[in-house]
Ligand binder design. Structure first.
Ligand SMILES: *[C@@H]1O[C@H](CO)[C@@H](O)[C@H](O)[C@H]1NC(C)=O
Ligand SMILES: *[C@@H]1O[C@H](CO)[C@@H](O)[C@H](O)[C@H]1NC(C)=O
Ligand SMILES: *[C@@H]1O[C@H](CO)[C@@H](O)[C@H](O)[C@H]1NC(C)=O
Length: 479
């Protein structure tokens, strides 16, 4: 069975698969200085192996950014690689009331990392340590891409996981086989730097809404996180910047059919064909253009000091302009831009001419930004969240990401949303949240919710108005 030896490259697994001849023309702008994000594991007893060891945070499950977790290490007698259900061996890791949580040590190999973690979680443990099986530097454990059967459980993984070096695992195993009780502390408090009272964070994202599980999870996250993201940004607590990965087409192929359909600016900026099939649906070029539009929406909104409008645009675009309904196009995005009161002319000017045989400054900047700087490695996994210049590892879920961002504030400077989780966005007060409104009757489709505002046709005096909530809603007239 396949195992990720190296961090997967963006979309490369697709391009190496069935459609080799299509996707592999494209080259990512950064070829990859991948930094493995670490936290630390402290052995607190027995005395003779006490010490602090580096571990690599798995890119799924819910790491406890800003926190730490104590537990007792168990190395199972059977199913040591965790590839089968522990129940089949009569093994359970549930700790008794009042006892320390169980951290299960499993061996690397024979199945996906995520499956091991899932099996351990189902058996009732609180964290997983995966022992590397060769002597090498730590790597990041990732989920298999677009693998239907794993998608079902990856989403439900909630316990944190960490890869440990082989040499360290040998020490643990030896101590356990001597009958020692091994106490450890997994610590994420220093996983994100927290120098001051503002957090800078980036999301490397993509407007493609038809790439399977990863796209679905990303869209779900953006929708969920919009509320807290806007509160943090409006309060001046964070500076958020969206980013988009592009590829380029090697010079020799810029005139090929593949490059023409996947790229703009003569092969300079490309995205893989969403369906990996040139004859149907959307082309890579459509994705690059929409990514560019979303960047420009951000730039123009930022210039007018409303950078948070980007979240409204991308979530509305997802709802109103999906590929499935063949609405993933300029006309539909223009209507979203208009309803949010953004300056269309400025956005078009920012986008420039996609047919020009020259650089596009906005996309050029994105390609440069893909290359890592300082403590941040190259961005190669999509989506990637970067908090205070460190890549976030773990499931992109509202609570977990909010924790990671909140752990980026200097202690005692955390905004209220970090301490209560209680957020109200009041977005309908401004520009009616971009939703439908009838000024004469003074009714609106805008509703404030915990998750940010939604545009839903209202119920007025017992009449349910119907429509898309953005540009029209209609009630039934009796006169
Ligand atoms: C994952 O969780 C959802 C919601 O709780 C549940 O419906 C689904 O069956 C779970 N999937 C697996 C593989 O356990
Ligand atoms: C957004 O605006 C802020 C403040 O006006 C500025 O410092 C920042 O560089 C801008 N970001 C981008 C990506 O244009
Ligand atoms: C419209 O309705 C809102 C809330 O229902 C109210 O606060 C506002 O004053 C009304 N405006 C007008 C012009 O009647």
């Amino acid at each position: 069975m396949m195992q990720m030896r190296r961090p997967p490259r963006v979309s490369m697994s697709r391009c190496l698969g069935v459609f080799l001849f299509i996707g592999c023309f494209l080259v990512p702008a950064s070829l990859a200085r991948f930094i493995v994000e670490k936290n630390s594991l402290r052995v607190t007893s027995p005395e003779k192996i006490k010490g602090t060891y580096d571990t690599a945070i798995g890119n799924f499950g819910i790491p406890k950014y800003g926190g730490s977790m104590a537990g007792v290490v168990v190395y199972p007698k059977d199913n040591k690689n965790g590839c089968r259900e522990f129940a089949d061996f009569g093994i359970s890791f549930k700790s008794k009331a009042g006892a320390l949580p169980t951290f299960v040590l499993v061996d690397r190999g024979d199945c996906f990392f995520a499956l091991k973690v899932w099996n351990v979680q189902k058996a009732g443990a609180s964290a997983v340590l995966v022992a590397d099986d060769i002597d090498e530097a730590l790597i990041t454990m990732d989920t298999p891409q677009e693998d239907g059967s794993s998608a079902k459980y990856v989403e439900n993984i909630t316990i944190p996981s960490a890869l440990i070096e082989k040499s360290f695992s040998d020490i643990l195993k030896k101590s356990l086989s001597n009958g020692d009780m091994v106490n450890v502390n997994l610590d994420w408090r220093e996983a994100v730097p927290h120098p001051d009272d503002r957090v800078e964070y980036e999301l490397w994202t993509n407007s493609n809404d038809e790439c399977g599980v990863k796209c679905d999870m990303l869209m779900e996250f953006v929708k969920d996180f919009k509320g807290p993201a806007q509160i943090l940004e409006r309060g001046g607590y964070t500076q958020f910047t969206p980013h988009y990965i592009t590829w380029y087409c090697p010079q020799a192929f810029t005139l090929s059919r593949q490059c023409k359909s996947q790229c703009i600016n003569h092969g300079r900026y490309c995205a893989p064909d969403p369906e990996q099939d040139f004859s149907i649906g959307y082309e890579g070029k459509d994705v690059v253009l929409e990514n560019l539009r979303q960047l420009c929406v951000y730039k123009v909104a930022n210039e007018t000091h409303r950078p948070w409008t980007w979240w409204d645009y991308v979530t509305d675009f997802q709802i109103r302009c999906p590929m499935k309904e063949k609405k993933y196009n300029k006309e539909c995005s223009d209507s979203v831009i208009r309803s949010l009161g953004l300056d269309m002319k400025k956005i078009e000017k920012c986008m420039g001419d996609p047919d020009a045989d020259s650089d596009n400054p906005v996309l050029k900047e994105e390609q440069d930004a893909q290359v890592g700087k300082g403590t941040r490695g190259d961005v190669t996994i999509l989506p990637t969240l970067v908090v205070n210049n460190r890549q976030y590892r773990g499931k992109l879920a509202k609570g977990a990401v909010l924790k990671a961002i909140c752990s980026g504030f200097e202690e005692t400077t955390e905004p209220a949303v970090c301490l209560t989780g209680d957020v109200e966005s009041n977005e309908c007060l401004e520009n009616n949240g971009g939703c439908w409104k009838d000024n004469v009757a003074n009714i609106t489709a805008c509703k404030d919710t915990f998750r940010g505002r939604v545009c839903e046709c209202p119920l007025v005096d017992g009449v349910q108005f119907k429509g898309d909530g953005y540009s029209h809603c209609e009630g039934i007239s009796y006169s």
